[in-house]
Design a protein around this ligand. Structure first.
Ligand SMILES: Nc1ncnc2c1ncn2[C@@H]1O[C@H](COP(=O)(O)OP(=O)(O)OP(=O)(O)O)[C@@H](O)[C@H]1O
Ligand SMILES: CC(C)(CO)[C@@H](O)C(=O)[O-]
Ligand code: BAL
Length: 359
């Protein structure tokens, strides 16, 4: 595969989102239904940026599109793909009830800065039926989401590979909300030499913390309340790690902490003594186990709520391969990931964490 400008992508370049366009003034995105229409779409002067979606667009998608617009610039082109990919669904019911809102999607995409929306039918993308040759996601694709949704990542990577070939972007934008998906796409691009730069975009949340997701529309008010436990658990874990890091920083600068606590107790300074003792005790309860436990507490409470949260997994993993972080790890990047069902709706969320930092 070659991209439009014939250049291999560079990696790691940060992109800022462009400001939103004024509603009503945005030109509508052109709807392209076939690969032939896509190939014939306006000749390209600059870079092409692509945002792949399954439709039912929300502010998370709009942020991706605005970020893509800023990266492509005024000479460039932004193409949004909308395709509910049967290959990546396990349960037929999940595929059937997946929301399809193409008219609204065209408006959201246009307002966020897309030039075109490529929304092929299933027959257009898979003219010979289900493809016999597929991308295999490998071991990383069998962990977490892959374990819960067997075959999901093979199906996802197969359609992403096809859409990259059809759209031929310089840059392609994916949300960190689907962290394992993003890691696998990066891995495929690296392992198979796709000439495209993959850019991750931070998770967009509601003001109360709930990660935006097309599946949120299935939640009633009570279910939504229970679902808030996902983000609350992640934030509790992040705060636990930050508190632990602050204690460590102080422990390193405070000499003879235990002796000082005893002296403070003798002086009747009980609060100061307790604080000093906490500093002294910080190290043994630190680390991955404490971070997982902070999140687990919130999830256990939510499991007792009405309606209850049914936890699928809580995992603290290495972002490179999604293997579990060992309890004795004290430095490095990690992702804390949660999947849970509330009612009939399965939700995922995650947060990046860095062990060993003291800021
Ligand atoms: N809250 C969000 N913040 C940032 N990116 C997001 C968010 N939600 C989805 N995305 C990204 O948008 C792209 C398209 O995702 P998709 O169409 O599956 O939406 P979704 O909201 O994740 O839907 P669902 O979770 O119900 O499948 C993916 O790269 C995904 O990571
Ligand atoms: C990347 C993707 C569009 C492939 O179908 C899908 O998995 C999604 O929307 O995240
Ligand atoms: N957002 C990931 C696509 C899926 O759930 O199938």
């Amino acid at each position: 595969m070659t991209n439009r400008t014939g250049r291999p992508g560079t990696s790691g370049r940060p992109h800022a989102a462009a400001p939103p366009r004024t509603p009503g003034t945005a030109p509508a995105a052109t709807l392209l239904r076939t690969a032939a229409e896509l190939a014939a779409f306006a000749p390209l002067k600059g870079q092409r940026a692509v945002v792949m979606t399954m439709g039912a667009l929300h502010e998370g998608h709009a942020t991706l599109i605005r970020t893509a617009r800023a990266a492509a610039g005024t000479d460039g082109q932004v193409v949004v793909t909308v395709f509910v990919n049967p290959l990546q669904f396990g349960e037929a019911a999940d595929l059937e009830r997946y929301p399809r809102t193409l008219d609204a999607d065209l408006a959201v995409a246009g307002a966020a800065g897309a030039d075109a929306v490529f929304a092929p039918s299933v027959d257009e993308l898979y003219p010979g039926g289900e493809p016999q040759v597929r991308i295999s996601a490998g071991p990383m694709g069998e962990r977490l989401e892959g374990a819960s949704r067997p075959g999901h990542f093979d199906g996802m990577l197969t359609v992403v590979a096809k859409l990259l070939h059809l759209t031929r972007p310089d840059t392609a934008f994916y949300g960190q909300k689907d962290a394992q998906q993003l890691a696998l796409i990066r891995r495929m691009v690296r392992d198979l030499n796709f000439p495209v730069e993959i850019v991750g975009v931070e998770t967009v949340r509601e003001p109360d913390g709930l990660a935006l997701s097309s599946r949120n529309r299935f939640l009633d008010a009570e279910e939504r309340h229970t679902a808030l436990a996902l983000s609350r658990a992640l934030f509790a874990a992040r705060d636990r790690l930050a508190a632990q890091q602050a204690l460590h920083a102080r422990a390193q600068t405070t000499a003879a902490t235990t002796g000082r606590a005893a002296a403070l107790t003798a002086l009747g300074e009980t609060r100061a003594a307790a604080d000093t003792q906490a500093v002294a005790l910080a190290r043994p309860v630190d680390g991955p186990a404490a971070v997982r436990a902070a999140a687990q507490l919130i999830l256990d409470d939510a499991a007792a709520e009405q309606p209850p949260l049914a936890l699928d997994y809580l995992a603290l993993v290495d972002p490179a391969d999604f293997t579990e972080i060992p309890d004795d790890r004290t430095t490095g990047d990690a992702i804390l990931a949660i999947a849970a069902k509330v009612g009939k709706t399965r939700l995922i969320d995650n947060i990046p964490l860095t062990f060993g930092a003291t800021t």
